[in-house]
Design a protein around this ligand. Structure first.
Ligand SMILES: [Zn+2]
Length: 72
């Protein structure tokens, strides 16, 4: 299951809100704001993802999850 590299949530490909291609790999996001953060600085999130991996319980608190901030 793909992982949102920004907030590191597990994402179902068919329910992903957004996706982004970077260096031949597709990344999926739980929210448009996650995609935007990724697109601003993909290297940083890929590095963080490879460093922390997808282990449950390692969700970082550093980034406020944008889930509740839905703008329309
Ligand atoms: Zn996210």
């Amino acid at each position: 299951m793909p992982i949102d590299p920004v907030c590191r949530m597990m994402i179902e490909e068919n329910t992903a809100v957004a996706s982004s291609d970077y260096q031949g790999k597709t990344y999926y996001f739980c929210a448009a704001s996650c995609k935007k953060s990724f697109d601003d600085d993909p290297e940083r999130f890929i590095l963080e993802l490879s460093r922390y991996g997808s282990q449950p319980g390692q969700h970082p608190r550093r980034w406020l999850h944008p889930f509740a901030r839905k703008k329309d």
